[in-house]
Design a protein around this ligand. Structure first.
Ligand code: C2E
Ligand code: MG
Ligand code: MG
Ligand code: MG
Length: 287
């Protein structure tokens, strides 16, 4: 099988590679259709104030309603989106939809902050900041109600770092996602400002089994405080984890205990979670 690529290069494939290459081509084409043709779906997961159990915000998490394949999680297509550049239009759509949803909630009397994942690749493009400005202008969302989540890979990309600094100047908040699993150095952390540290769920899950993990998590919470950021613990599944984190001074939490990611329509009917999880929606008065 020979394939002509851009620039007139010809590449030869061994026959057994054919299948895989074709599948990838198909995935690429399908993902392009998905991004531009309305197959992306956003689910929202509650972020809860650990001391009051009030839901103060929501993280937007993208899914792909892929015809014939069901609802795919981001782990199955974000990598391909980054490789192909489709992460740019995908990210723009997610950001716009999430900000619109935040305004909708606000109009319904729910003061929920909105949190959106932004890939380092997306942040590094010159188009990101204008797109962000445009979304804030068209939705009327106050910039301090929006948090963008970046992973620690941002430290390794100069253009993304510049993007991050520019984002922060707009008043939009920045969270370090999956903290403790990536490239952070104490030198970066003290040099560059950010607002939120999200403790990766691998730490949350190891809390009960490992005194070392517990010690490390305590240090992350203290470090965040020193740096002027607040902490959100990810992946909380048990009330024991929630209790431990609350006692350790972690301010916010997210996890199946409080609520799984779900379509915004289902948030209307979401019950206040009972005593163990106890998540209740915040009204402007409660905030
Ligand atoms: P993340 O930002 O760290 O999001 C948290 C992930 O943990 C989500 O997986 C969520 O469903 C899952 N999770 C939440 N609570 C629990 C829990 O209690 N237990 C367990 N086991 N898992 C929990 P999801 O939705 O599959 O997303 C995976 C990753 O994909 C996200 O990790 C984020 O890095 C990325 N992602 C999601 N949406 C977007 C997007 O719009 N743009 C970009 N660039 N990346 C996205
Ligand atoms: Mg995230
Ligand atoms: Mg995370
Ligand atoms: Mg992640």
């Amino acid at each position: 099988v020979a394939k002509r690529e851009g620039g007139g290069r010809i590449r030869l494939f061994r026959p057994e590679m054919g299948e895989r290459v074709l599948a990838r081509q198909r995935d690429k084409a399908d993902l392009r259709t998905a991004v531009h043709g309305g197959q992306l779906v956003l689910h929202y997961q509650p972020i809860v104030d650990l001391t009051t159990s009030v839901v103060t915000g929501a993280e937007a998490l993208v899914r792909w309603q892929r015809p014939g394949r069901g609802l795919l999680g981001p782990g199955e297509f974000i990598g391909l989106a980054e490789e192909t550049g489709l992460i740019m239009p995908l990210g723009d759509k997610v950001l716009a939809a999430a900000c619109h949803q935040a305004v909708r909630w606000h109009d319904q009397g729910r003061a929920l902050d909105i949190t959106v994942n932004v890939s380092t690749r997306q942040l590094a493009t010159a188009a990101f900041l204008p797109a962000l400005d445009r979304v804030l202008a068209t939705t009327g969302l106050a910039s301090d109600r929006l948090t963008i989540e970046v992973t620690e890979s941002v430290w390794a990309d100069d253009a993304a770092m510049r993007g991050l600094m520019a984002v922060r100047e707009t008043g939009v908040r920045v969270a370090l996602d999956d903290f403790g699993t990536g490239y952070s150095s104490l030198s970066y952390l003290q040099r560059y400002p950010f607002d939120v540290v999200k403790i990766d769920r691998s730490f949350t899950h190891a809390l009960e089994d490992s005194g070392r993990t517990a010690g490390v998590v305590r240090c992350i919470i203290d470090l965040a405080e020193v740096l002027g950021a607040h902490t959100v613990a990810e992946g909380i599944e048990t009330s024991e984890q929630a209790d431990w984190l609350r006692r350790a001074g972690c301010a916010f939490a997210q996890g199946y205990l409080f609520g799984k990611p779900d379509h915004a329509d289902n948030w209307d009917s979401q019950p206040s979670v009972s005593s163990s999880g106890c998540a209740v929606f915040g009204t402007p008065d409660e905030r």
